[in-house]
Design a protein around this ligand. Structure first.
Ligand SMILES: Cc1cc2nc3c(=O)[nH]c(=O)nc-3n(C[C@H](O)[C@H](O)[C@H](O)COP(=O)(O)OP(=O)(O)OC[C@H]3O[C@@H](n4cnc5c(N)ncnc54)[C@H](O)[C@@H]3O)c2cc1C
Length: 226
């Protein structure tokens, strides 16, 4: 689709596509810096289960001023990682030696929701259930973006399509790289996934000893290739 901005279309300094950790960090930083920001998240993709945040993650969230609100409750502590990268050999990292303490078995929905709330409080408009479908550069260098879904930050629209304008677009859609692929900046082929089983060691397998609460992951080497 090639969106043409209607007169009076919503206009922002920056539109951030994708409301995961990368998009939220960008949106809240820019909003605090005084930019007008729209954070649009499609809410697509498989549920993110079994993810662990390493202890140093607290430092990054602290730099954003959101560590306590994001990690304060709702996630289980994680005391180490067991991982196998491209082979069957397990590599163990025990967080007991980590100066930042333990990590977290993340409830990703909660994690992302709190980050989006922080972005909203910082002044960003947040459009959930809203996909950025197309981006077209205008003759004056601005971008016209086609959004689909959601109700719009100002309560406009009812899940249809609308066009917004901005000076800058940030593609924070994760591996999908949805905007970059649409603009032919990168090929979707480069992001192919081969194999990555992932398992969370909590509950039955580790409940007898909190000290055994570790995350465990295995991946084919090519999974992380860029
Ligand atoms: C199986 C697996 C296990 C993992 N385990 C771990 C782990 O244990 N620890 C760890 O630190 N990391 C882990 N990761 C990596 C981690 O998930 C990513 O690094 C992290 O989610 C990247 O954040 P992001 O904000 O870049 O993208 P994402 O979290 O993927 O967020 C992208 C967002 O963009 C939205 N979106 C997509 N298309 C559009 C569009 N067109 N318009 C608007 N929004 C759109 C999506 O709905 C999504 O909310 C794992 C990844 C996988 C696949």
């Amino acid at each position: 689709m090639s969106p043409a901005p209607a007169p009076g279309a919503e206009t922002y300094d920056v539109v951030v596509a994708g409301g995961g950790p990368a998009g939220c960090a960008a949106a809240l930083t820019l909003a605090r810096a005084g930019r007008t920001v729209l954070l649009a998240d499609a809410g697509t993709g498989p549920p993110k289960v079994g993810e662990t945040l390493v202890p140093a993650g607290r430092v990054l969230l602290g730099d954003l001023g959101v560590a306590d609100r994001v990690l304060g409750s709702g996630h289980l502590p994680c005391y180490g990682n067991l991982s196998a990268w491209g082979s069957a050999d397990l590599h163990a990292v025990d967080f007991i030696n980590d100066p930042h303490g333990h990590g977290w078995h993340l409830d990703r929905r909660l994690f992302d929701r709190r980050l989006r709330d922080a972005s909203r409080e910082a002044g960003a408009a947040v459009a959930e259930g809203t996909a950025v479908r197309g981006a077209v550069r205008q003759p004056d260098g601005a971008w016209a973006l086609a959004l689909r879904g959601g109700t719009g930050p100002a309560g406009t629209g009812t899940g249809g399509e609308r066009t917004v304008c901005c000076r800058w677009v940030i593609d924070a859609t994760g591996r999908a790289a949805a905007i970059a692929v649409r603009c032919a900046v990168v090929s979707s082929q480069r992001w192919s996934v081969n194999f990555c089983p992932h398992r969370l060691h909590t509950g039955r397998s580790a409940s007898r000893s909190a000290a055994r609460r570790r995350s465990s992951s295995a991946s084919a080497r090519a999974y992380w290739r860029r």
